[in-house]
Design a protein around this ligand. Structure first.
Ligand code: NAI
Ligand SMILES: Nc1nc(O)c(N)c(N[C@@H]2O[C@H](COP(=O)(O)O)[C@@H](O)[C@H]2O)n1
Length: 315
């Protein structure tokens, strides 16, 4: 059996420049007895946010009709699962939860030797699900019941309309009975105070009452003890976070994304695949300047599908 310890720090130091975050490392303070070091945001009101996903060369994250694609090779999957261990929580939208029924665990990491005292940290699964469509029979809830995963948190905004409340309460009860914790976040996207032209544009594009406000979401998660959040997708969630990152250019205090880590697979999916760019304006995204947010994925015919080699670009 392989012990992952010797590999991990190398990959992670390279990927995350954890050294740069030493001063902001802190210990998990939630309802889990496992303490892990994790990046923490300089703003105490929100978690450190890593937006990370896999895409094709033409920017698609899934195939036609949302078909889940194996875009990552073996090495990049290990990288992703290592990153999962470094975050207090991992988030996907309900579109992904229903389409992929993900597990969001660390199963692609090398198996630990039987006697190893070291355990991989399992991040808290968080599902962004305004109208509580998450399935009580999902793998995430099954894993929690079988003690193989942490209790999933389902983030929602209570319905504005009284007539929707009955169904909403029924769904809430079913999910709570299945083990989920329901986290209510008030304020929908687009209701945020408009501070710049870019914000006006993105607010208009993303003014959707069904979408939880990202700043409100982040502050609620931080209040619940989440110091670092890995956002994996899908398309709408990536778009929302990128729009927020664009709207906070020039204002570090309102930043919602600290690092973006994209795995690019050497293939084209084609126009009927699922992309995330629609509606985003042509502008930069605002990130934490001290985080490495651009990665050079080196691949050739040999690494195609067998795993991508990942190296950070020099400053
Ligand atoms: N290649 C990759 O790395 C990944 C690919 N995917 C793919 O993405 C696809 C799913 O993407 P989508 O259908 O767009 O669903 P999604 O996973 O982005 O969920 C979107 C839904 O989340 C809810 N939501 C609440 N607040 C929101 C907010 N502020 N912003 C956005 N959504 C919010 C809404 O109900 C919305 O319809 C699947 O095909 C999946 O396989 C998903 C994750 C990663
Ligand atoms: N990093 C990465 N590479 C791919 O090729 C992918 N298809 C995804 N998808 C994301 O991972 C979730 C599945 O997680 P589990 O394998 O069930 O733990 C999926 O729902 C997407 O979020 N990611």
């Amino acid at each position: 059996m392989v012990d992952a310890r010797p590999i991990a720090p190398e990959i992670l130091t390279n990927l995350f420049s954890l050294q740069k975050h030493k001063s902001s490392l802190s210990i998990f303070a939630g309802d889990d007895s496992v303490n892990i070091p994790t990046p923490a945001s300089p703003e105490s009101s929100r978690p450190y946010v890593t937006l990370t996903f896999a895409q094709s060369l033409d920017g698609k994250i899934a195939g036609k009709d949302g078909l889940q694609l194996a875009l990552s090779g073996k090495e990049s999957l290990v990288m992703t699962h290592w990153m999962r261990t470094m975050h207090d929580a991992i988030m996907v939208g309900i579109g992904t939860a229903l389409n992929d029924d993900p597990q969001l665990n660390t199963r692609h990491l090398p198996q630990l030797s039987a006697g190893s005292a070291y355990r991989y940290h399992l991040p808290r699964p968080v599902i962004l699900d305004s109208s509580l469509r998450f399935s009580p029979s999902s793998k995430l809830l099954k894993n929690f019941k079988e003690d193989k995963g942490r209790r999933p948190w389902v983030v929602c905004s209570p319905p504005q309309n009284e007539s929707d409340l009955v169904v909403w309460n029924e769904r809430r009860q079913a999910l709570e009975s299945a083990g989920a914790k329901i986290v209510e976040v008030h304020g929908s996207q687009g209701s945020r105070f408009v501070t710049s032209v870019v914000t006006i544009i993105t607010s208009k594009i993303f003014d959707s009452p069904g979408h939880v406000s990202i700043p409100a979401l982040l502050s609620s998660l931080r209040e619940l003890g989440i110091r670092s959040l890995m956002v994996e997708g899908g398309a709408r969630v990536i778009r929302s976070f990128l729009a927020e990152a664009q709207s906070s250019i020039g204002n570090d205090k309102s930043r919602s994304v600290d690092a973006v880590i994209v795995t690019t697979a050497p293939l084209f999916v084609g126009a009927d695949g699922v992309g995330y760019e629609s509606g985003l304006s042509s502008s930069e995204v605002s990130l934490d300047a001290s985080s490495p947010h651009v990665f050079n994925l080196i691949f050739g015919p040999e690494t195609c599908r067998k795993g991508l080699k990942v190296t950070a670009l020099p400053d």
